[in-house]
Design a protein around this ligand. Structure first.
Ligand SMILES: [Fe+2]
Length: 278
């Protein structure tokens, strides 16, 4: 008789699988241990996989390929976030719902849990637009993925964050590593977080795909515990691909398994439980 025992390693916060043999314990093979360590319940809360509605996936086939790539990365829940930006991305909700319904149907063999959201470029009517349900929140929750321009000034970012919160929404600032004025001011990021804003960076930025300075900023954000979400921001299968799997492995090495689970699973799962109450 032998018994399999799972325990959390205190040293590197990884799950170890032990087998009781000959009145002693033996750590199972490295290969099996690594297999168990791989996280297979991750979320991607920011991507442009919904086909033919913005500058993301250009066909249903590409969308399905992207979902398969996400699945191989250990992602099991995806919130699809097509752009909404006045004057640039104004695809009708009817077309978006049509694309979403078709994707749900065509992707049923993959097994991914799919939800609809939106990457909402900040404007002066955003709360009204959301309350009128002219654009979706994140998976029908109070969370709103909110994008700014790279050159947006701090006062605008702060005011729009406050505006959404005062109307009962929880803003998630999309890829904050891009907003040069914000990246220079960690005190302001901390103030925004205290106010109730949540911060998202892209998986590629953490991995250094956007340069060393951006990678360094992400590392500091993690160290200061000011990061809440990571998204792939995937647009296609060649250049802007989903990188959640590599990012989770990197994060596990640098920040530990518990932290990785918090950012890539626990925090995103709160979006699904925080249903829109009005
Ligand atoms: Fe995006």
């Amino acid at each position: 008789m032998f018994e399999i025992i799972e325990k959390l390693s205190e040293e590197n916060q990884s799950l170890e699988i032990w087998c009781s043999v000959d009145n002693g314990l033996r750590l199972l093979s490295e290969r099996m241990r690594k297999g168990w360590q791989r996280m297979n319940d991750l979320f991607d809360i920011h991507c442009h996989i919904l086909p033919c509605v913005d500058d993301g996936a250009k066909s249903m086939e590409m969308a399905l390929q992207l979902l398969r790539m996400e699945w191989q990365d250990g992602v099991r829940t995806v919130i699809l976030t097509p752009h909404y930006r006045l004057g640039m991305f104004e695809t009708s909700m009817e077309r978006i719902w049509d694309a979403y319904d078709e994707l749900l149907y065509r992707a049923r063999g993959i097994g991914m849990d799919l939800h609809l959201g939106c990457e909402f470029h900040a404007n002066m009517d955003m709360a009204d637009t959301l309350e009128a349900r002219e654009r979706p929140t994140m998976a029908g929750s109070n969370y709103v993925l909110c994008e700014f321009s790279e050159s947006s000034d701090l006062a605008f970012i702060q005011e729009r964050g406050y505006h959404l919160i005062s109307r009962g929404f929880i803003p998630i600032f999309a890829h904050i590593e891009r907003y040069t004025k914000l990246t220079e001011d960690f005190d302001l990021i901390a103030e925004l977080v205290d106010m109730g804003c949540r911060m998202q960076v892209n998986a590629g930025s953490i991995l250094g795909k956007d340069g060393a300075a951006t990678k360094k900023f992400c590392r500091k954000l993690i160290k200061e515990d000011l990061l809440h979400f990571i998204g792939s921001d995937a647009h296609d299968v060649k250049t802007r691909i989903p990188l959640i799997g590599s990012c989770s492995e990197y994060l596990k090495k640098k920040a530990g398994r518990v932290y990785t689970g918090k950012i890539l699973r626990d925090n995103p799962s709160m979006i699904l439980t925080e249903k829109y109450r009005r």
